[in-house]
Ligand binder design. Structure first.
Ligand code: F6R
Length: 255
């Protein structure tokens, strides 16, 4: 494993997806071992699936418990019903919650069927605030640099909000749906301010498709066209990437 230190960001470059999943899970497990009532910010998508598998394994073997843990997910499609297999609610149950000893009342995901998305968004931020904020926020990154569903744009949206999905996100996520037409065009996502208020940000990325976004996030200008670049302003960021996702970053650092 190679470590790159960039001011506020520690980058671990690991060999492959398995190593990435183990490293990501070990960072979360270390928190759970020292703080029984930890607050986790969680993500969905392909990237964290291996981390969740590893956390399930550690929970089953008794190494960690989720009994006092609270979770807040980054986002949910809108509108979408919880029973839809593509909803992030369904994803979290399938990949994590149904297999660990967490109290389901302590798990939180924006409600994709909320009648009033503005109310849902502000009450979500309120819930995160009232628990005292997130200890570790797990993040993936879109090939367009989005975190949560904060898409490239003209501003960094501070709070949880309803958002129109970017064309590239819809294309990228079509692989989970029967066809591109079935991908929802909107979502409710934590805002950049909500994400940045977490004590530690843990961003994972694997595969060549993420290499440009990783380089620009860490070495590029901080700008809302590359939403993840805001992480340069957070004081405690851990990035775990496999060699393919790190390739452009490493090449640029060598120059
Ligand atoms: C998911 C999320 C997104 C994903 C990103 C990467 O909750 O907020 O930002 O992390 O789209 O997705 P994958 O991991 O599928 O490449």
């Amino acid at each position: 494993m190679k470590t790159i230190n960039l001011n506020n960001v520690t980058v671990f470059v690991v060999k492959d997806y398995k190593a990435l999943s183990e490293k990501g899970a070990s960072i979360i497990a270390a928190l759970l071992m020292t703080k029984k009532d930890a607050v986790l910010g969680l993500a969905t998508g392909s990237t964290p699936q291996g981390v969740y598998e590893e956390l399930v394994r550690m929970n089953k073997s008794g190494e960690i418990t989720f009994k006092g843990v609270h979770t807040y997910n980054l986002d949910e499609y809108y509108p979408i019903d919880k029973s839809n297999a593509q909803s992030y609610d369904y994803f979290m149950k399938e990949n994590l919650f149904n297999h660990i000893d967490i109290d389901m009342a302590n798990t939180h995901i924006p409600n994709g069927m909320a009648e009033n998305s503005t109310k849902e968004s502000s009450s979500y931020d309120q819930k995160v605030r009232s628990i005292g904020g997130v200890d570790i926020q797990l993040l993936g990154i879109g090939s367009n640099g989005h975190i949560g569903f904060n898409e490239p744009g003209d501003v960094f949206e501070p709070m949880t909000h309803r958002v129109q999905l970017d064309e590239r996100t819809i294309k990228d996520n079509a692989r989970f749906f029967g066809s591109i037409e079935e991908v929802p065009t909107e979502a409710i996502t934590m805002g950049i301010g909500t994400i940045m208020s977490a004590k530690v940000l843990l961003l994972l990325a694997n595969g060549e498709k993420k290499a440009t976004a990783i380089k620009e996030m860490l070495l590029g200008k901080v700008k809302p066209r590359m939403q993840a670049s805001i992480l340069q302003f957070h004081k405690n960021v851990i990035v775990v990437v496999d060699e393919s996702a790190a390739s452009e970053l490493i090449a640029e650092l060598k120059e």
